[in-house]
Structures are given as C-alpha cells and as structure tokens.
Design a binder for this molecule. Structure first.
Ligand SMILES: Cc1cc2nc3c(=O)[nH]c(=O)nc-3n(C[C@H](O)[C@H](O)[C@H](O)COP(=O)(O)OP(=O)(O)OC[C@H]3O[C@@H](n4cnc5c(N)ncnc54)[C@H](O)[C@@H]3O)c2cc1C
Length: 497
C-alpha cells in the first residue's frame, strides 16, 4: 500500500462507483491518504454507476444556476430550449411525495440543499455536465421543453462519469485496488480501524483511521432479494453490477450498525424480456423501456394493469417494474402506434429490443407471445372508446388527456391505438437497486440502534437506507451518492483516528 502522504490519516473506501469515488476525492481533499477497494476486476469496475445515463437531479432556480453546473451553454442551446427551473422546495416535495412522507427529513434536506454545490464541486474535478435532450425533453412549438425536474447528465453517461472521477482520483494520488473484496470491518475497542480484504494475493487487514462504505445495495444477491423483497424477486433481472450483493451492509450490521429504510422495497423498471440475468456493460441502461406513458401496457390476459400516464415517467418508472413482476408469467407488452412511434426513446430503436410489428391490431394480437388474443382486442377496443379526445395531447406537460371509465384509467397522454403500423415490446422486471440499508445521519456517519455514531464508520450511496420508499424521483441516486459520498469522505478525513 503506497503512502501518498506519510504520517497522514488513512481512509479506506469500500467500492469504486460514484459514491465511493466522491468519498475518496473528498477524503483526499481533507488531507487523508486514501485507498479504494474495488471487488470487481478492472474491466468491470465502477458498479451500477457505470451502467447509467448519468442523469443527475439537482435544484436550480433558473438558467444561471443551471449554468453553474453545466458551464456556459451555447446561444443556440438557450434559444431553442426551455430548461425551466427546479426549486429546492420542489425537490423536497418530490422526495416526500415519492416516499409517501417516509423519507428521513434530515437526509432529504441535506440531499436537496447540497445537490447543486456538489455537482459544481464535481465539475471542478473534471466531470462535465450537458443537457439531457434525449428522454427528458419534448419539442413543443420549436423548443425543447424539459419536463420532470431532470435536466443534465454527465458527459459520456455512466462510463464518462466514472472515468472522469477516476482520472481525478489518479491525479490526486488515490490508490485503487481491484479484485479486492472487503469482507469484514476491523473493530478495536468499539472503533472501526480497518477492513479485512480478500485480494489476488490472499487475505489481509488494511488498517485505517476511518472507513467509508460505498459498496452498493443487495440487488445482485438472489437469496437476500427473496428474503427481504419477497417471493418472486429471485427471478428479477439485475440491471447493473453483479458485485452489489450487500457486503457493505452485512459488514456494518455485524459491527453494530442499525438498519434503516424500506428493506422490502427497491427500484425496479420495465426491462427487455430477453436481457441477460445481470447487466451488460455494452448495452448498459438500453434494455430499459421508459416510453410506456405514450402507449398501453398489457399482461398475459391482454389486460392493462397500471396507469401508464399517472405522472411523468421520472415519477412512475421505478415502481412499475414491481407491477410487471406481479403479472402472470412476470412479463408484459408495451404497445404503441405510429402516432407516437417518433417520440419513443432511443432504447426502443436498438437492434436487441424484443419487438414485434403489425399493420393492424388484429395482426398484432397474434404476434404478442403469451398474450390472450381476445383479451387484448377487447382491451384495445375499450381503451380507444374511453379516450377523451376533447383534450389536446402534449407529452411535455401533464396534459390531462385521459380515459374515462376504465380500471385502471390512463390519466394523461391517452391516444387511441388506431394508426398503423403498430409495434409492441416485451418486458419483464429489471431491478436497479434496493431501498433498505444502513442508518446514517446527515454527516454520513453510520449509527447504531441507539442512534449513536459508530466511531470511524461512514457510508454513502445505495447502501444507505431512509431516502426512498416504494418510489423514487429519477436521477436522485447518483446525486445522493455524490452528496453523501463527499460528506462521508470529508468526515472520514477529519476523523480522530
Ligand atoms: C441501468 C441503470 C441505470 C441507472 N441510471 C441512473 C441515472 O441515470 N441516474 C441516477 O441517478 N441513477 C441511475 N441509476 C442508479 C444508480 O446507478 C445508483 O443510484 C448509483 O450508481 C449508486 O452508486 P453507488 O456508488 O452507491 O453504487 P455502485 O455504483 O453500484 O458502486 C458500488 C461499488 O461497490 C463495489 N463492491 C461491492 N461489494 C464490494 C466489496 N465487498 N468490496 C469492495 N467493493 C465492493 C462494486 O463493485 C462497485 O464498484 C441507474 C442504475 C442502473 C443499474
């Protein structure tokens, strides 16, 4: 182990995704010598963070504050885009609303108030942010109008984000050890003072003044999924890293940490039926199917089972994976006609997409594998008859163009399915990350059952519980990881070890 700064406190960070690298960089800024442990081999490094589009939600009052993060946008970009604003109060409301009022208010306040300063800090470290035109804006009257509070992504998506943070870590002299799996915390007299690690050359204990756990949730652990999320969840496809099996959570619990958050809950989306069992770094997020608000979704009986237009995609997608998992055979078909096919997101145009097309609804019915044809035709007939045609369709706003009298109704963006050609996409449930985890305070200190900080232990990212319950506002995970990672790293560096 190199000593970047002889005599300085050593901080060990477990994980090498977004939260971990932010923690490592912050600990380094705080003057610590930092070692990052990455369980994955180098080609698979970077955790779920690398699989993402790297869209990051943050509060901004308008264009000036957006540009604090994105840098100066071109005259053309500002002339042709309506970025709107996303005030702190709205971000707080979204987190409260999405969690049914259960999100920890201290964590929410910290996440929201530190969101823009943290992204600005990342920009200073070399992460570039650019407008997220694809999937977060619709063109209305010649302008790209952003909807849903999510406006920027890191340039290059997840790979770009992780590579930028890694370059910054290299520049800062942070050591990253690959194929190095943390297995146990080393506790001395009640204080965490190191990590036991299994690496290419066997087991050893790395001593540390403080440890930051940022090793993701337990979404890639089939046993834990069945045990905590419930029967059936073992069958979900894992959207991201196969290495997030809950090690960090287990180690902290063994050291006396308390649980927090919704252990029965997770983020899960509609995911291509034929996607592999765990994430594929070539395809990354592109197995997702996020344009369902523009069409209808049917199950094996040919019946609709969710309100496709309940809200903007950002506010429903994370809970609709569970709905698909609950259907017979654990699959569904998303159906669109040519009225909206030009509005479908990029992931629908990939060659691997499980897609069928037809020139009539009847023909389509025969092509939907596993679906009752009569049931499907009845659903389309009833749906088309229930659409309120007196309201204008506008995908960039909650347009109120709904159906009337169906169970369930579609609340927005309802169009009759009557313009050939038709296309349909087969989906199943893809799990993104788990909501249950460790209890931390707003200083990212891991707490015990009595609410006391465990000396020397910090945590950030997916393995923290208390922010998300049942649902999730899109783009919050990376921001939460960055905000609390930065705080954790600073705290670990300043810790009296
Ligand atoms: C396909 C997909 C798309 C997504 N899109 C977005 C998006 O656009 N915006 C957004 O905000 N969120 C998105 N998310 C969610 C987002 O990925 C997570 O919220 C975020 O990446 C979590 O970061 P993290 O650092 O906590 O975990 P990760 O990035 O998963 O990092 C965990 C790290 O810990 C390592 N590790 C695990 N166990 C050990 C161990 N025992 N020892 C050492 N290392 C270990 C892993 O190898 C990995 O490097 C997406 C997720 C997926 C899967």
């Amino acid at each position: 182990m190199r000593d970047q700064v002889p005599g300085k406190r050593r901080v060990v960070v477990v994980g090498a995704g977004n939260a971990a690298l932010c923690a490592a960089l912050s600990a380094r800024e705080g003057g610590a010598a930092v070692t990052v442990l990455e369980r994955a081999p180098r080609p698979e490094h970077g955790g779920n963070s690398r699989f993402t589009m790297a869209s990051m939600r943050f509060a901004y009052g308008g264009l000036d504050e957006l540009q604090e993060v994105a840098g100066r946008l071109s005259a053309e970009e500002t002339a042709t885009s309506d970025f709107g604003s996303y005030p702190e109060s709205q971000f707080v409301r979204d987190l409260e609303r999405m969690s049914g009022g259960r999100a920890d208010p201290d964590l929410v306040a910290t996440l929201v108030s530190r969101s823009r300063p943290t992204l600005r800090w990342m920009r200073g470290l070399g992460v570039e942010f650019v407008p997220l035109y694809a999937g977060q804006a619709f063109e209305v009257d010649g302008k790209h109008r952003f909807w849903g509070g999510l406006t920027l992504q890191a340039r290059g998506g997840g790979p770009g984000l992780v590579a930028s943070l890694q370059r910054a870590a290299e520049r800062a002299g942070i050591e990253v050890l690959y194929e190095s799996r943390a297995v146990r915390l080393h506790v001395e007299g009640g204080s965490v003072r190191g990590v036991e690690v299994e690496g290419p050359s066997g087991s050893r204990t790395l001593p540390a003044g403080a440890v930051v756990l940022a090793s993701g949730g337990f979404e890639a652990n089939r046993e834990w999924r069945r045990q905590h999320l419930g029967e059936g969840w073992e069958a979900a496809k894992v959207r991201g890293s196969r290495f997030n099996t809950g090690d960090g959570i287990r180690m902290a619990l063994e050291a006396g940490a308390a649980r927090a958050g919704q252990w029965t809950g997770c983020h899960a989306v509609a995911w291509d039926l034929n996607a592999p069992e765990v994430g594929n770094l070539e395809v990354r997020h592109r197995y997702q199917k996020h344009s369902y608000p523009l069409g209808i979704v049917v199950n094996a009986r040919g019946e609709r089972f969710l309100d496709e237009g309940a809200d903007f995609r950002n506010y429903t997608y994370a809970r609709y994976g569970r709905k698909v998992l609950e259907q017979p055979g654990r699959f569904a078909w998303q159906v669109f006609d040519s009225r909206v096919s030009g509005l479908l997101r990029d992931e629908y145009h990939q060659s691997h997409a499980s897609r069928v097309t037809a020139d009539s609804v009847e023909e389509l019915a025969g092509r939907l594998d596993g679906v009752d044809e009569e049931g499907f035709l009845r659903t389309v007939r009833d749906f088309n008859a229930a659409v309120r045609r007196d309201v204008r369709f506008d995908p960039s706003a909650r347009d109120g163009r709904s159906t009337r009298g169906l169970v369930p109704d579609k609340s927005n963006w309802a169009n009759p399915l009557d313009r050939p050609p038709f296309e349909a996409f087969a989906v199943t449930c893809g799990i993104t990350f788990t909501f249950g985890g460790l209890r931390v305070d707003s200083l990212a200190r891991v707490l015990d059952e009595d609410g006391r900080p465990l000396d020397g232990l910090f945590a950030a990212g997916e393995l923290v519980g208390g922010l998300f319950y049942d649902n999730y506002p899109g783009g919050s995970g990376l921001t939460a990881g960055a905000v609390f990672g930065r705080i954790a790293g600073g705290g670990a560096a300043g810790h009296d070890g």
